[in-house]
Design a protein around this ligand. Structure first.
Ligand code: SF4
Length: 176
């Protein structure tokens, strides 16, 4: 597979999950159709982490909006994913909570896992970094800790493209 990616992806430094707020602020996270079935089977495990309002929304009208390539997770007021819960004021992902508690094997939708890079193209072979103002603290922290975005996103890139692709990516640009 030929994949186009911006060298910027490899050179931007990036740290932790602070960018989740930015992800939530841009509306619903893009969703693959094949992820819907996986999410349905994980619902029982993640619902307990959500507030009653969100549980009611999911039960009554579901967790998706749009269709096809515009399929996305439902978000409230375009800024609060229906699967986010808050702990001490910080938005967290109920999938990740259940995943790290070993209740499910699905960490989160691949678009969330890869954020702040976005994938497009029919073959999902165009990778671009999405610069978002809210990520500036995360970028500063990454710079300070000398963490390249390609390293930060290792598991997500490997999940999407496989180990060989990631190895090739690092060999081509890793040392720069
Ligand atoms: S699925 Fe999880 S990571 Fe993705 S937007 Fe919703 S709460 Fe955030």
């Amino acid at each position: 597979m030929t994949t186009e990616y911006s060298q910027q992806i490899l050179h931007v430094t990036y740290p932790n999950a602070k960018a989740h707020a930015a992800l939530l602020r841009e509306g619903g996270a893009p969703l693959l159709e094949e992820e819907v079935k996986t999410i349905k089977s994980a619902l029982k495990s993640v619902m307990k982490y959500l507030c009653e309002d969100k549980r009611n929304i999911i039960s009554a009208i579901g967790f998706t909006d749009g269709a096809g390539k515009d399929l996305e997770l439902k978000s409230l007021n375009d800024e609060d994913c229906v699967f986010a819960f808050r702990e001490e004021g910080i938005a967290k992902c109920s999938f990740e909570r259940a995943f790290y508690n070993k209740e499910i094997s699905f960490q989160k939708p691949i678009s969330c896992h890869l954020f702040p890079i976005r994938i497009s193209g029919k073959k999902r072979n165009i990778i671009r970094y999405e610069e978002i103002y809210e990520c500036r603290d995360a970028l500063d922290e990454g710079k300070e800790k000398k963490i390249k975005m390609a390293d930060f996103l290792k598991s997500a890139l490997t999940r999407e493209y496989g180990k060989e692709f990631y190895k090739g990516l690092k060999e081509k640009f890793g040392g720069k």
